[in-house]
Write a protein that binds this ligand. Structure first.
Ligand SMILES: Cc1cc2nc3c(=O)[nH]c(=O)nc-3n(C[C@H](O)[C@H](O)[C@H](O)COP(=O)(O)OP(=O)(O)OC[C@H]3O[C@@H](n4cnc5c(N)ncnc54)[C@H](O)[C@@H]3O)c2cc1C
Length: 163
């Protein structure tokens, strides 16, 4: 059973629904008009590069800029601890709210809450996508995806590559 104190704190209004509401309200660009629009992306880390690739695939004209000598100078290349996802594979009571809360706290309470909530919400799907794309995540001997506790959190939710 989940902690009732946590349940009472689950954002049940505008915060948790902000992204889905935005997605429902946003105006759609017709496919013919997409190629007429130019999108400028600044930065070629995972955030910028994936945004540029997705927008390009959707048909927009994308220009992406990198300030460093090589995109490989991005923080994204340095990261090696793993990816957090609230899949609760370890049955240690993880949840979207716990991942949301830990991420807000880990970011010194300076992150945009609705964005972090969305990150926690889609985290499980991101792991599935990575697996489908062939990311060699560490596995248990039985073949299941392995997890570890990383970054001082109390649950094991980090999907990682064993070195
Ligand atoms: C050593 C290290 C280990 C980490 N380990 C992990 C981990 O294990 N797991 C995890 O989830 N996170 C980890 N992180 C954090 C994670 O890497 C970052 O949060 C994430 O990569 C940020 O991605 P990003 O695309 O937003 O930014 P970045 O990857 O930082 O990319 C930003 C890009 O923008 C460019 N740029 C900046 N200013 C300009 C400008 N004016 N014009 C043009 N380009 C510009 C930069 O040169 C860079 O290429 C780690 C970070 C570091 C440094």
């Amino acid at each position: 059973m989940s902690d009732p104190k946590l349940i009472s704190k689950i954002p049940d209004g505008p915060l948790a629904e902000k992204w889905s509401k935005r997605k429902a309200e946003i105006r759609i660009v017709s496919p013919n008009n997409k190629r007429k629009l130019e999108v400028i992306v600044v930065g070629t880390g995972l955030g910028g590069a994936s945004a540029a690739a997705s927008l390009g695939e959707l048909g927009y004209n994308v220009k992406i800029f990198c300030i460093s000598d090589s995109p490989r100078r991005a923080h994204s290349i340095a990261a090696q601890g793993g990816i957090n996802a609230a899949k609760n594979y370890q049955n240690d009571n993880d949840s979207i709210y716990r991942l949301f809360y830990d991420t807000i706290k880990g970011g010194d309470y300076r992150s945009r809450e609705a964005n972090v909530y969305r990150l926690a919400e889609v985290s499980a799907a991101i792991i599935d996508q990575c697996v489908a794309q062939g990311v060699p995540f560490a596995r248990e001997y039985g073949g299941y995806l392995a997890n570890r506790s990383f970054g001082g959190v109390q649950v094991s939710r980090t999907f990682y590559a064993r070195g």
